[in-house]
Ligand binder design. Structure first.
Ligand SMILES: NC(=O)C1=CN([C@@H]2O[C@H](COP(=O)(O)OP(=O)(O)OC[C@H]3O[C@@H](n4cnc5c(N)ncnc54)[C@H](OP(=O)(O)O)[C@@H]3O)[C@@H](O)[C@H]2O)[C@H](O)CC1
Ligand SMILES: [K+]
Length: 519
């Protein structure tokens, strides 16, 4: 396993840790009390002029709101005035109702309802020196709606210091995706442990400075939870092997790329160019003859293998023998980018996967060709890395896209273990799951990369590292994180709108140079 720090607990793991704490004698009520105390101490530290300040606490109806009510009680006598605004109606959980009763007994705390008294709420927010966000935490889903929305809007514009408790309201704690309306914090107080979203680069402007607070969870409760390991740019130098100065091209692997039906030559070309840029000794593109004819002038450094083509422009299954020969003399292969999916390609891909011992990266249509019976990967002799996007993953794992997206790490990990493959689940914060259940979450990349061609570039990169003899786990992590970093650099120069997949390929050697220098 790559030695990366386990830095975050997913929402599901956090809930497990809470349950274990409870079993170990630290009750849910005690955790909420501890959370309120830890937040209050941190707020006093971050905001020393509290005694002359107006504090507004935005409360939801769940336990994040409960934390806000404990904070209100504990801040009593420390601030000039304290107002709690219920943004989604009165507290709805047993715990939050209990702490509401305790806070309501303190006469100096004012309680307002955002729906019933919106003008007064907006007034208080505009007058506030400090706004504490306890509307939603780990229980948030979907979009912020109803009265919470205008409260967040006014809070974000107010001339106040903004502190979010656990997770800024409107942000998903696992993947960092944000509702259109999201609380923009100067500080975020992560309760018990960081959540994956806290560590993503593109959530930093929403979270502000992040502080992890000890809320008294026994360390056994936290340690027992298997963690998502975060894959960061800083981890990459250690993953990139030094090139032997005495080596020749034969020492850096032979990659075979089976890609491209007619009309999809771009995918084949991008996988090939990105593989060439990642240092593989010899890269061969095997594709339908019309694709090879179109791509050939642009692929000077690659070997091309022109395959018999069906009348529909797909690679004919007649090419099986030729491909098997090439595959057996390669050190890795990429199968799928723009390959198409018909009876010919399906027969071809399934035969190759069944027979070969050469490590494989199977992408896009390569995956679609296996979807009819995915058990084939379990009995394959070769190590396999599958690189689906959620829709392709849905076809092979029997879950809907919504179910996958609800817990990407869990879905990926479960599949990787069940089928003994490495799985790269693409999308925002790409997940890499290993057959032993280990999960990495990538922290590089941006929405500008959500375009046709990006995945082909990634497949070529993974294949290239794999062909050079880098183990599946490292090859996948290195390629995924480097690919995202290329996207981030491109976005700085070209904007997220303007990036093309081919720009990522240009960036690869520049970033590899930086990694070589930082090794
Ligand atoms: N980690 C710990 O050990 C502790 C954490 N604590 C705090 O508890 C929250 C999690 O509390 P939970 O009650 O599970 O969830 P939330 O408070 O975040 O929110 C749930 C309520 O919000 C509603 N909701 C969710 N999304 C929306 C939306 N888009 N619009 C409107 N309402 C929404 C949700 O409604 P449902 O219909 O989904 O039920 C709930 O009513 C954690 O973050 C910590 O702050 C405790 O202090 C204990 C220790
Ligand atoms: K919050």
């Amino acid at each position: 396993m790559i030695n990366l720090q386990a830095k975050a607990l997913t929402i599901a793991q956090m809930k497990e840790a809470e349950a274990r704490s409870n079993e170990l004698g630290v009750s849910y009520a005690q955790l909420m009390e501890n959370a309120g105390s830890a937040c209050t101490a941190k707020i006093k530290e971050l905001f020393p002029k509290l005694s002359t300040s107006s504090v507004v606490i935005l409360c939801g109806k769940g336990n994040n709101g409960g934390d806000g009510l404990v904070i209100a009680r504990k801040l009593e006598n420390s601030a000039a005035d304290i107002t709690c605004i219920f943004c989604c109606g009165e507290p709805g959980t047993e715990l939050s109702q209990k702490v509401y009763q305790q806070a309501a007994a303190i006469s100096s705390i004012q309680f307002l309802d955002a729906k019933k008294e919106p003008m007064l709420c907006h007034f208080c927010l505009n007058q506030a020196d400090l706004i504490i966000d306890c509307i939603f935490g780990t229980g948030f889903h979907g979009e912020v709606q109803g009265s919470a929305q205008p409260m967040i809007g006014t809070a974000n514009k107010a001339d106040a210091v903004r502190i979010a408790v656990d997770i800024p309201s409107g942000m998903n704690g696992d993947d960092g995706s944000c509702s259109i309306s999201v609380f923009r914090a100067d500080h975020t107080l992560a309760l018990g442990a960081l959540k994956p979203a806290h560590l993503l680069e593109d959530t930093q402007s929403v979270c502000g400075k992040i502080h992890t607070l000890d809320i008294g969870m026994p360390s056994e409760a936290l340690e027992d939870s298997s963690s998502v390991k975060l894959l960061k740019w800083e981890n990459l130098p250690a993953l990139l092997p030094k090139r032997d100065p005495n080596a020749n091209k034969g020492d850096f692997g032979k990659l075979l790329i089976l890609a491209g039906r007619s009309g999809m030559g771009g995918a084949a070309m991008m996988a090939t160019l990105s593989a060439l840029r990642c240092g593989c000794g010899l890269t061969t593109l095997a594709a339908a003859s019309s694709v090879i004819n179109a791509c050939f002038p642009h692929l000077m450094e690659a070997v091309t293998l022109s395959l018999a083509e069906t009348k529909d422009g797909a690679v004919s299954s007649e090419s099986l023998t030729l491909l098997s020969e090439h595959l057996s003399s390669s050190t890795a292969a990429v199968i799928g980018c723009g390959l198409g999916h018909d009876e010919h390609t399906e027969k071809l891909v399934r035969s190759l996967v069944k027979e070969t011992q050469t490590p494989l990266v199977i992408d896009a249509d390569g995956i679609n060709c296996l979807a009819g019976d995915i058990n084939i990967v379990q009995t394959a002799k070769a190590p396999i890395i599958l690189t689906p996007h959620p829709k392709e993953f849905s076809r092979i794992c029997g879950k809907s896209v919504a179910e996958i997206e609800a817990d990407r790490e869990q879905a990926a990990s479960q599949f990787a273990q069940q089928y003994s493959v490495h799985l790269v689940l693409k999308g925002h914060a790409t997940v890499i799951a290993l057959p032993d259940g280990t999960v990495y979450q990538n922290t590089t990349g941006n929405a500008g990369m959500a375009k046709g061609g990006s995945g082909d570039v990634l497949a070529g990169m993974i294949g290239s590292f794999l062909a050079q003899g880098i183990a599946s786990e490292k090859a996948a992590c290195l390629a995924v994180c480097l690919h995202g970093a290329c996207g981030d650099r491109c976005a700085q120069r070209l904007s997220e709108y303007g990036i093309l997949a081919r720009d990522l390929i240009q960036e690869i050697p520049l970033l590899l140079r930086e990694l070589e220098q930082n090794r």
